[in-house]
Design a protein around this ligand. Sequence first.
Ligand SMILES: [Zn+2]
Length: 187
Amino acid sequence: MPRILRSSAPTAGLVTLLALALPAVAGAYATGGTTAPTSAQIDALARAAGTLPPAFAVAGKYDFGTGENGFGGGRGHQGQDLLAACGTPVVAAKAGKVTVAKWHVAAGNFAVVEAQNGTNHVYMHLRSPARVAAGDRVDPGERIGVVGQTGRASTCHLHFELWTAPGWYEGGEPVDPEPLLRRLAAM
Ligand SMILES: [Zn+2]
C-alpha cells in the first residue's frame, strides 16, 4: 500500500500541472483564433515531419531536351538535359543527404543527393559551386545552385541523373530520369 501511495503522488502532481496548463494552452488557441498558421509555419512543420512534397528540379522556365539531350542519346548520355536560362534556380527534387558537391572537368559544378529510398539525384553544370556541401540534408525545393554551363556543356542547362541504390558510382546504375521528371513536372 505505501508503495502505491508513493507512486500515485507524482501522478497526482502531474495531473495538477496539466490541469493548470491546459486552460492556458486552450486560451492561447482561442485568442490566436484570428491568426491562422502561415504557410511558412506549415512548411516548417512539414519539414520537421519530412513530408514536404517533391519539387521539380528547375524552379523556372525550362524545356525537356530531346535526341542526344535525352537519356541514352549521343554516346551513352546518362541523364536528361533540362534546357533553361543560365541563372534559373536548381532545387532539390526530393529530400535527401548531399553525398558529393564539387567540380569535375565534364560535369562542371555538380552535386549528388541521396534520397531516403537510396536512389541518387545528380545535378550538373551549375553556374557556380553548389550552395550545399557533402553531408548537408536538403528538403525538396531547397536551392542547390543555379543553371549554368560549366564543364562540358554547349549551352545553359541542368543535366539531371537518376541512379539506383546504392548510388552514383557506388554500385548503382543510371536509369532514365524522364518519367520521374515528368511526374514532378505534373505536380
Ligand atoms: Zn546532359
